[in-house]
Design a protein around this ligand. Structure first.
Ligand code: ASP
Length: 419
């Protein structure tokens, strides 16, 4: 019998997870059973994915850079990647702003719901605010300073330091190109085979993906807030989801126009990564699979994907920036604050920067939203309004984040071939 494609297996795992979660909510003991006996397997699955993120970035990026023929090839690819990432993020924020100004979800939030939400989620919102406080106080060049690790081993120890690892890998790969071939060969051979081992590891981990997503989804269902909250925030949720759907439309259009790839093939090829991003809410945890999808299914050369994707997972978050724009304006509308044109331009800039600064982990986009709110003069306590639906929206925006990275990698690969 022909083996079911991975995206179907994952989809079946997710559906069973949701169903099982729904059935278990009918029993008084259901939530405990899932939290104690099922959820840990989901956590283990995410941990194994995260476990290989740093070695994968190191090995694949060093390999990618050292495989390049010369330095100008690197700068060509680097420049195109950064410009495309900026353009897609700016498009995302603009779509977000456009749609939230059109639908105006904040105006429909009743006075009572607003007070209820503010009271129930004030504590959770305050926690996110205090995490963001550190970022807010930083000087304008702090991001640049943070890019350079003072100790590579401590950078390697923390998944939150992806950019520092990327910086080191780029530098190491560059040095490898610059020394004589005879000297670089042993290191290159070693890195090549480490890279192969890691790719094999990803294959092995993906065999467990259907079970992993089953556990994750079942836990999300039993831990979800009551359906009434979703109703109260329905219009806001719909606005974010419509914006994200428009982003998908934008990606398939530019991929089709620039590369000529069939839309169906593109979406089918990237679907395992999208589903995994949806289940884990983390672009970093999804990175190994995103890399596998674009190289195996979408014909992107390894030297392009290994450069473009790790950087994208860390700095390119189109779904997050769109969500931040919608959320900021929604909160302003709910508080009856009128945002003029220059305030909205400010949101475009800060949401772009805030999404670049968001870590590729669950809930990070909401932390950085504090900065967007502060800059636009919107009360930060307003975070409490959107807290209840943040997790499901995080799942959706993370899927868009990885789709954006994959699209840019396909386009960069095409542009480099044309040259
Ligand atoms: N969870 C998102 C990601 O990993 C970031 C966010 O919270 O928006 O891409």
């Amino acid at each position: 019998m022909k083996k079911l494609a991975l995206h179907w297996q994952i989809l079946i795992g997710m559906s069973f997870g949701v169903l099982f979660g729904l059935v278990m909510t009918q029993f008084s003991f259901g939530k405990h059973v899932i939290v104690d006996w099922i959820k840990p397997f989901g956590t283990i699955f995410i941990n194994v994915l995260k476990l290989i993120a740093v070695p994968l970035i190191l090995a694949s990026l060093i390999k990618g850079v050292s495989d390049l023929k010369n330095i100008s090839q690197l700068s060509n690819m680097g420049l195109r990647t950064i410009i495309l990432y900026l353009l897609t993020t700016l498009t995302a924020v603009s779509i977000g702003l456009g749609i939230v100004n059109l639908i105006k979800p904040g105006n429909s939030l009743s006075e009572t719901t607003r007070t209820e939400l503010l009271n129930s989620y004030a504590n959770d919102a305050a926690k996110k605010q205090s995490v963001a406080e550190v970022q807010k106080d930083a000087g304008p060049l702090q991001a640049l300073v943070d890019l350079v690790p003072s100790n590579i081993f401590s950078a390697l120890q923390d998944n939150g330091n992806m950019l520092q690892v990327i910086f080191f890998a780029l530098l190491f790969g560059l040095a490898l190109v610059l020394i004589p071939k005879k000297k670089s060969k042993p290191v290159k051979d070693f890195i090549d085979s480490v890279n192969d081992v890691i790719l094999k590891l990803i294959d092995l981990i993906m065999l467990t993906a259907p079970y992993g997503v089953f556990a994750l989804l079942a836990a999300i269902v039993v831990e979800a807030p009551s359906i009434d909250l979703f109703k109260a925030l329905g219009l806001y949720t719909i606005t974010v989801i419509c914006g994200l759907a428009l982003m998908i439309l934008f990606y398939v259009t530019i991929v089709r126009i620039i590369t000529g790839k069939k839309i169906g093939n593109f979406l089918k090829g990237i679907s395992p990564a999208q589903l995994l991003a949806f289940s884990t809410s983390s672009s970093a945890a999804t990175l190994p699979v995103t890399m596998e999808c674009v190289t195996d299914k979408l014909d992107v050369e390894e030297e392009v994907s290994s450069f473009v994707l790790p950087i994208g997972a860390t700095i390119n978050m189109d779904g997050t920036s769109l969500y931040q724009a919608v959320a900021a304006v929604f909160i302003a509308q709910a508080f009856g604050i009128d945002l003029n044109f220059s305030a909205q331009i400010g949101i475009i800039l800060t949401a772009t920067l805030a999404s670049i600064g968001s870590a590729a982990v669950p809930g990070a986009g909401m932390v950085m939203l504090v900065i967007v709110l502060a800059q636009a003069g919107i009360p930060e306590a307003g975070l409490a309004l959107i807290f209840a639906v943040d997790r499901p929206l995080d799942m959706c925006r993370t899927s868009i984040n990885v789709t954006g990275d994959a699209s840019v990698s396909i386009i960069v690969s095409k542009l480099l071939k044309v040259k």
